[in-house]
Design a protein around this ligand. Structure first.
Ligand code: ZN
Length: 93
């Protein structure tokens, strides 16, 4: 009779919550192959977590995006000239 061993999803669920599935826990007690595979899986996850943490810590901390200055008027002098013209028009009889 062929024994169905645990898969990666079951290993993940077990590592997240060892009490989540009694059948998985029972299989791990009885099956040395899956216990060894679980340990390798646990080491791989731990190694991945360590590597990603080291990578993120090696990144420069101040990679904050520079503030984008507010858009400027295309021709600031032209805006003032237009305002002056409006004032002249209002004052003219
Ligand atoms: Zn097994």
């Amino acid at each position: 009779m062929k024994t169905a061993h645990l898969n990666n999803e079951q290993f993940t669920a077990y590592l997240l919550d060892t009490d989540s599935n009694p059948a998985t826990a029972a299989h791990l007690v009885a099956c040395v192959i899956c216990r060894e595979e679980l340990e390798l899986f646990r080491q791989s996850v731990s190694s991945f977590n360590s590597l990603t943490l080291a990578w993120s810590e090696s990144r420069p901390a101040a990679q904050v995006r520079r503030a984008v200055p507010p858009p400027r008027a295309w021709f600031p002098g032209l805006v003032w000239a237009f305002a002056a013209c409006l004032m002249l028009v209002e004052r003219s009889p």
